[in-house]
Design a protein around this ligand. Structure first.
Ligand code: PLP
Length: 490
């Protein structure tokens, strides 16, 4: 339609026609959700989604208005009863934090203010800077370092590795691309490193073939002698080693690489040292782990998630980069339409787009800001310690039960184990354990997930749950044994 063909119609807005009705509905939503969270222990940890709901969620886009109260009723019927379950006390699948009631309310406040935390002189920009400064304090980083809140660990790792790639080549890689480097740009990490680091290598153009996956020892920690010889071989072959990635808590077993050794190897070869501490970096707050994780303080960058072991509602991760200039140089871009002014709305802190891939960004800093103030770092430290002690309790229960065996050392908050039975093959044991996991989840009792360790199927518990109690792990163990004993091998 051409401009001159457009006829004026009555002006419209998306605000409610009756504010009081929506206000009343909002109060009801808050009451319902507080009840839901308060009583979550009485719910099953997981429920199968019925066919009727799947059909409902497959209908075409609505063309006409619907009453918000009716929409809310649909939410309660078709969406609320079928969560993944990470708010439940017996959820330990993958690595997913629990969230908090105030965190949920903070999301409402953030969405009501609805700032784009990208650019400009407004409070959200300063809240994020304050949150980043608090993150620096938690990780022992200097205030002069820089950082950005991102969607999660994957983005945090990509952001850090982009800065590392650019800083370490000494050529203008942003203009010339990675082909300007000598040979392949090679990155070193253990075979236990999360797949997002490999994805990052692909996205930043060095390619997954240039990720040197170094073998681990029996504790799932990187073999540093093999690391050194891989770096030496690449140097001899004319490649450009640029980065060592250390794990503070591997995704499979929670192993912590010898970070101090990795740091000194990285320094010896003048490589960037990055730590993927998606969940484990936060264990640094616990006095028992501060020494083991001390090298994070000297790393060039660290990635960690606040939606994992800081229990913030999804999603929010953080990356810190020691050399603020290297960070900014990797992403800053000048445009006419994003110009900073001396005064007014377009004054304010350095736009966040100069520190990451995204331009438009929500106000995820608010839930972090409010939650940290609500509990204080001491309470988070206590919750993290509690999760580790619960993991040790679970490991002890497993070790004391003749039907169960641990499949990896328990170092942090991750426990990998399996149900065992004499006279069956390894393949049958894998099948039995897989069946146990599915039956357990379907029963709504508990939700662990799984992995494969040394070719064996493992039931995997990753505990970043502030609602779990010791007794929940007792239930897990007795149910695994009960279900296992009731199954016949396939
Ligand atoms: C060690 C590790 N690194 C990175 C990630 C990716 O984080 P995210 O899922 O927040 O992108 C995870 C996720 O579990 C992880 O455990």
């Amino acid at each position: 339609m051409q401009n001159n063909e457009m006829r004026e119609e009555r002006e419209t807005s998306l605000d409610p026609s009756n504010w009081n009705d929506l206000r009343e509905l909002g109060h009801k939503m808050i009451d319902d959700m507080m009840d839901h969270l308060q009583n979550i222990r009485d719910e099953p940890s997981w429920r199968k989604i019925p066919a009727e709901t799947k059909e409902f969620l497959d209908r075409p886009a609505p063309m006409t208005p619907q009453d918000p109260l009716e929409i809310y009723e649909e939410f309660k019927r078709h969406i609320l009863p079928y969560p993944s379950g990470n708010i439940h006390p017996r959820f330990w699948a993958w690595v997913q934090g629990t969230g908090t009631p105030l965190g949920a309310l903070a999301e409402f406040l953030a969405a009501s203010m609805n700032p784009n935390t990208a650019i400009g002189e407004h409070a959200a920009m300063y809240v994020e800077q304050q949150v980043l400064n608090w993150c620096k304090e938690m990780m022992g980083y200097p205030k002069s370092s820089s950082g950005i809140l991102v969607s999660g660990g994957s983005m945090a790792n990509i952001t850090a590795l982009t800065a590392a790639r650019n800083q370490q080549t000494g050529t203008d890689i942003r203009r010339k691309g990675v082909s300007a480097a000598n040979g392949s740009m090679t990155l070193y990490c253990s075979t236990e490193t999360h797949s997002c680091v490999v994805k990052a290598a692909e996205v930043i153009g060095i390619g997954s073939d240039s990720v040197r996956s170094i073998a681990v020892d029996d504790n799932y920690q990187i073999d540093t002698a093999k690391l050194v010889s891989a770096i030496e071989s690449d140097l001899a072959a004319g490649n450009t080693p640029f980065c060592v990635v250390g794990n503070a808590g591997t995704v499979n077993t929670g192993a912590i690489d010898p970070l101090d050794q990795l740091l000194s190897i990285a320094r010896r070869y003048n490589l960037w040292f990055h730590v993927d501490g998606a969940f484990g970096a936060l264990a640094k707050l616990a006095p028992e782990y501060s020494e083991t994780l001390r090298a994070i303080e000297s790393a060039d960058s660290v990635a960690f998630d606040l939606h994992k072991w800081m229990y913030m509602p999804f999603e929010v991760g953080c990356v810190l980069i020691r050399n603020a200039e290297a960070h900014r140089n990797a992403f800053a871009i000048e445009t006419d339409y994003l110009m900073n002014h001396e005064r007014g709305l377009a004054a304010g802190p350095d736009p966040m787009g100069n520190y990451g891939l995204e331009l438009s960004r929500g106000f995820k800093a608010l839930k972090v800001w409010m939650s940290l103030k609500e509990h204080g770092i001491e309470k988070y430290t206590a919750a993290i310690r509690q999760n580790i002690l619960q993991a040790f309790h679970l490991a002890e229960l497993i070790s004391n039960d003749k039907h169960l065996e641990l499949l990896a050392p328990v170092r942090l908050n991750v426990v990998c184990f399996r149900y065992r039975r004499d006279g069956v093959t390894e393949g049958q044991l894998d099948q039995l354990n897989k069946e146990i996991v599915m039956t357990l989840q379907e029963s709504g009792t508990a939700s662990p997930s799984s992995t494969i360790l040394h070719g064996r199927y493992a039931i995997r518990v990753a505990n970043t749950n502030h609602r779990s109690r010791k007794k929940d792990f007792d239930v897990l163990v007795s149910e695994v044994v009960r279900i296992g004993n009731g199954l016949s091998p396939a």
